[in-house]
Write a protein that binds this ligand. Structure first.
Ligand code: SF4
Length: 375
């Protein structure tokens, strides 16, 4: 079995009671069947607690009115852990914020940026992220798994990550190159010409492709940017709302950004200049690169199951674009200031809402499979 992880994987350590937004509140934690069986067998004084605080019908931990897990004590520590040690954790609590994508003989493990500590690691990271693979014991076969398609996707992702981490290019050049590559691959896929994909991948590493995306940007420059951004932003209102405060933030962002086209363009330009010069934000293109690589690495190979190559890349671009819009709105609200701490906060809050609901992820992908960024 091949296990792949980002190189900052070992840097993560849960900060527990020091966490500003614990993962033990705000969402429903589902307990796996094995752990439920284990809980039934718990003996002694703690047995009563377990029976009281688990919703046996739903297989979840009960929550108080503010959606805090019933085992989360006043000091923001987990009573289950304090009483039972790590054995007391269910699968979700044991694994979070680790996120695993499964393929035949392969596990790709990332750390979810919905955790404030992970978001902090990524937003403070300046070097390009590397992915490290190691063989571990264990073999398996998946039904309906296409190893040929997976290997093409893997080659494409490798090249896309190289492009996204090419700091000699502007961030918009990099984004357009990976969008272009996946767009053309999708065309080959639809025509059942997957053998031709290696030519597509090679094409997007050339000077000609770079010139093409530069010309494209000149052609579409300032053409209805606000209207398109607003349409795309509005899709966030269609998603399942996990926390009420998120709904308020979305509304506030919409009101601050999308009232007047001229003001939008001016704000955008000023915000770009602000971020390029703000000491605390370091280099904005590096933050965007890290986020793009994170979303692309996590979701792109999933196209092996549904063939939605282009939608997966659009998903990565869309998430980072929307985070950017939310940053811009917060900067306006703060009277034109924004520090790295707030940027990080908005990253993990976005991720919690969009990534941590299967329903939401599916919905965004569905929207993006019908709406193409490149025209
Ligand atoms: S969100 Fe992350 S740092 Fe915070 S309690 Fe959960 S795992 Fe720990």
């Amino acid at each position: 079995m091949l296990i792949t992880r980002p190189d900052y994987y070992e840097d993560f350590e849960c900060i527990a009671d020091k966490c500003e937004d614990t993962c033990c509140a705000g969402w429903q934690i589902v307990i796996d069947k094995e752990t439920l069986k284990k809980y039934i067998k718990i003996k002694g004084d703690f047995k009563k607690e377990i029976f009281k605080k688990v919703n046996w019908f739903q297989g979840t931990f009960k929550q108080d009115k503010s959606k805090r897990c019933a085992f989360l004590n006043d000091k923001n520590l987990c009573d289950l852990y304090l009483n039972q040690g790590e054995d007391g954790f269910c699968k979700t609590c044991r694994e979070y914020p680790r996120h695993t994508e499964e393929f035949e003989g392969i596990r790709e493990i990332t750390l979810s940026v919905s955790c404030p500590e992970v978001a902090r690691i990524l937003m403070n990271r300046m070097e390009p992220v590397q992915f490290i693979s190691e063989e571990q014991e264990g073999e398996e076969e998946f039904e309906d798994f296409d190893p040929f398609l997976y290997s093409i996707l893997e080659d494409a992702r490798k090249e896309m990550i190289t492009i996204l981490q090419n700091r000699n290019l502007t961030i918009s050049d990099r984004i357009l190159l990976v969008l272009g590559m996946s767009h053309d691959m999708q065309g080959r896929m639809n025509r059942q010409e997957m053998f031709a994909c290696s030519d597509v991948i090679a094409k997007y590493t050339t000077q000609r492709a770079l010139q093409f995306v530069k010309d494209y940007q000149m052609k579409v420059k300032n053409k209805g940017e606000m209207a398109f951004a607003h349409i795309m932003f509005k899709h966030l209102f269609e998603l399942e709302l996990l926390r009420e405060e998120w709904g308020i933030l979305l509304k506030e962002t919409e009101d601050l950004l999308y009232q007047d086209e001229e003001a939008y363009d001016k704000n955008k330009e000023e915000f770009q200049n602000y971020l390029a010069n703000a000491e605390t934000s370091s280099n904005i293109s590096i933050h965007l690169e890290q986020l793009l690589v994170y979303f692309l690495f996590t979701y792109f190979p999933g196209a092996v199951y549904d063939g939605e190559i282009y939608a997966k890349v659009q998903l990565a671009v869309y998430c980072v674009w929307m985070i950017w819009e939310i940053w811009m709105a917060r900067w306006i609200k703060n009277e034109k200031s924004l520090d790295l701490e707030e940027m990080t906060e908005l990253v993990y809050r976005f991720s919690r809402e969009v990534e941590h609901s299967d329903l939401n992820l599916r919905k965004v992908e569905e929207i993006l499979s019908k709406k193409w960024f490149l025209t």
